[in-house]
Design a protein around this ligand. Sequence first.
Ligand SMILES: [Zn+2]
Length: 156
Amino acid sequence: MTWYPDLGPIDFFPVADSSSLRAVGWLDSDQPFDTGPTSKDDFERLCELLVDPWHPPWTYAGYHRCDLCAYTGGPSTILFRGHTIRIGLVNLFVPSGDVLYVAPSLILHTIDSHHYRPPEEFLAAVRACPPTRSMDYKRALLAAGGRSLLRPGSMT
Ligand SMILES: [Zn+2]
């Protein structure tokens, strides 16, 4: 998986303006990352958002494998408290004010199995994030600069 430092800019998506995007959880085995406990409630909230995440209409950005796993590349599905989440294909966009965090679905696995600890400001945004198919979410997404994600390479 392409590595980006937590809370840094991310140019993974071919859009004209990615200035509001902040990377979270784009880990690589050659790069240090924060570890520590993430609460079960925060983990479950992430699971809920990743059951049916919003995604740009024009692409699926490729399959992410876990670089921290020695041999398997990590799981393709995670089951937690009745939620079934497919891992590796999609990303989660979490709007917060004028910032749009983007985390790979693999973040569930790296928290669960590799003790990765996402930044607190991201977890706060996750707690406040409306359901991904709601109008509130779409409004927050657009306010956070998400409009540029609607069309690849377009100026907004
Ligand atoms: Zn792994």
